[in-house]
Design a protein around this ligand. Sequence first.
Ligand code: ZN
Length: 133
Amino acid sequence: MEQATLVQNKSEYSVATVGNMADFGGKVFLKELINTTGMEVSIGSIEAGQSVPFFHSHKQNEEVYIFLSGEGRFILDNDEIAVESGTIVRVAPSVMRRLCNTGSTPLQHICIQAKAGSLEGYTMTDCGNYAPV
Ligand code: ZN
């Protein structure tokens, strides 16, 4: 299986899967697969004792990292913070960042990247009358 597979693709929505997250390894970017137009989304898994081998920053995009499992250290410019399952971190575009897995299990995370300052008004509709499909 590819790292991510498109399951359903309509103009209204796209569905994809990476399979069981417990078996997921590596990193996959989803923008092209699911046709996002305002954000990039990636899923990453860093093996125990491993680190992303480089620092990076962005010109215009902020990122939100949502940690699903594992334990690690997130180096953010001159700071270093602990992250674990449930930690959510927003990172401004210019911040140099690097993730390190300091635990004994994979450090899995979702990264959502969007242009800083681009969020405009959005509509929330009461979903109370909709039954789950
Ligand atoms: Zn990034």
